[in-house]
Design a protein around this ligand. Structure first.
Ligand SMILES: Nc1ncnc2c1ncn2[C@@H]1O[C@H](COP(=O)(O)OP(=O)(O)O)[C@@H](O)[C@H]1O
Ligand SMILES: [Mg+2]
Length: 92
């Protein structure tokens, strides 16, 4: 369960997001964010992922406050690759 409460993110002095609150339940399709260019979708996703530091508000994931957590380890993981069939990818 992801909870975002009254999130505020700015680029320098320029506010990009404010008053953003949402709940996303586990295993539900994420249709959490839509809007025109510049609405703040990318900023919101990046803030949840820990790539932008929130200036205000709270981000809680599975009961843990991750508002000030570093970027999720997943984002730092080395890229992985799958192969459709044995021998189809080189180098193996
Ligand atoms: N790197 C940046 N520096 C300054 N302002 C930015 C930056 N990225 C986005 N913004 C501003 O933040 C607001 C939200 O942008 P963004 O999150 O990219 O919206 P969306 O993804 O919905 O198009 C816009 O006003 C945009 O101009
Ligand atoms: Mg975007």
């Amino acid at each position: 369960m992801l909870e975002v409460r009254d999130l505020e993110v700015a680029y320098g002095a320029a506010p990009a997001l404010w008053g953003v609150s949402l709940d996303v339940r586990r295993r539900r399709a994420a249709s959490a964010s839509s809007g025109p260019n510049g609405a703040g979708k990318t900023t919101l996703i990046n803030a949840i992922a820990g790539l932008h530091r929130a200036r205000g508000g709270r981000i809680v994931f599975d009961g843990r406050d991750i508002t000030r957590a570093a970027a999720a380890p997943l984002l730092r993981a080395p890229a992985s690759r799958s192969c459709p069939r044995a021998g189809a990818c080189s180098p193996a």
